[in-house]
Design a protein around this ligand. Structure first.
Ligand code: AMP
Ligand code: ZN
Length: 114
């Protein structure tokens, strides 16, 4: 996708430091962090949103979630806890239409969200 911010970050057109990368995804710090740890896990495939994800996309998302779980365990914030968020479409607060998991950690999370 030519005009997609996250595709540009993944391709290196927009420089970014990846804290994690594998064959399916990259992870980098959110530019506007909402917690001491706020990462975005983004598939290398351009998938617009959870709303448009097809069966193949769900295979990717499933593998991503497993890798994120391992990442959190390896980084040592799994036991304290963390939150994974996918914002979907306008009312869900989605701003970038390239699906991503937010991972926030390092402080007590509240519920309900604002
Ligand atoms: P969402 O609202 O779920 O689509 O999340 C988009 C996220 O991308 C927001 O939390 C933004 O702060 C973040 N963001 C926007 N531009 C950048 C960027 N250049 N690098 C890192 N994160 C970004
Ligand atoms: Zn994209």
């Amino acid at each position: 996708m030519n005009d997609c911010l996250f595709c540009k970050i993944i391709s290196g057109e927009i420089p970014s430091k990846f804290v994690y990368e594998d064959d399916l995804m990259v992870a980098f710090n959110d530019i506007n962090p909402q917690a001491p740890i706020h990462l975005l896990f983004v598939p290398k495939k351009h998938i617009e949103s959870l709303d448009t994800a097809d069966e193949n996309d769900f295979e990717i998302l499933k593998k991503m979630l497993k890798s994120i779980k391992k990442y959190a365990q390896n980084e040592g914030f799994s036991e304290d806890g963390y939150r994974i968020v996918i914002n979907v479409n306008k009312m869900g607060g989605q701003e970038v239409y390239h699906i991503h998991f937010h991972l926030v950690a390092g402080r007590q999370m509240q519920w309900p969200p604002g």
